[in-house]
Design a protein around this ligand. Structure first.
Ligand code: HEC
Length: 154
């Protein structure tokens, strides 16, 4: 991790965390991805980027930028899941933050279209140690805020 990186690594930005590497490698447009992509600018920026990555990776509340569901969001998914509630969607949100941030930054729902999330979650579920039913809650949250579901990104 960043703390063990040599001074030279830090100066060149090669001390990025594994999560940062994955985020950068898959071309994500998350905030952290942007920071990683921009880190070549100056060595000072590189050090700041690495520190930011380390901090966000260690933070218990990684992903605070993920939108919190309201009744308007429930209305959007009710045609598909009539029993959905605000609490349920936000439970899905906290599961995304807790279960999907061990290896990389938690995904942003806007990374994918609604139709793509079920398969994406199924792909990641095995690695994530999900309890029964958690995959469904995660999926509902990600679908509710998917790229093609919200008018303006929040
Ligand atoms: C045990 C580690 C691990 C956990 C936990 C994990 N992932 Fe991943 N994830 C990866 C790795 C490694 C990749 C890089 C590409 C690959 O292997 O598919 C990745 C890539 C991704 C991608 C990008 C795939 C692509 O093709 O661009 C998405 C989206 C994703 N993960 C979502 C999730 C979600 C949602 C969860 C929680 C349910 C999750 N991940 C949990 C390891 C993990």
């Amino acid at each position: 991790m960043a703390r063990r990186a040599s001074a030279r690594d830090r100066a060149t930005g090669r001390g990025a965390t594994r999560a940062g590497t994955i985020v950068a490698a898959r071309g994500a447009t998350t905030r952290v991805g942007t920071i990683v992509a921009a880190r070549g600018a100056t060595s000072r920026a590189a050090v700041i980027a690495v520190m930011a990555l380390a901090l966000s990776a260690l933070s218990a509340c990684a992903g605070p930028w993920l939108p919190v569901a309201t009744t308007a969001d429930v209305a959007r998914v009710q045609p598909r899941w009539p029993t959905a509630t605000v609490d349920e969607l936000n439970h899905g949100r906290s599961l995304v933050i807790r279960r999907c941030s061990n290896c990389h930054q938690p995904p942003s729902p806007a990374d994918r279209a609604a139709a793509d999330w079920p398969a994406e979650v199924a792909d990641m579920a095995e690695r994530s140690g999900l309890a029964a039913g958690e995959d469904e809650l995660l999926t509902r949250y990600l679908v509710a805020f998917a790229r093609d579901q919200v008018v303006a990104p929040r």
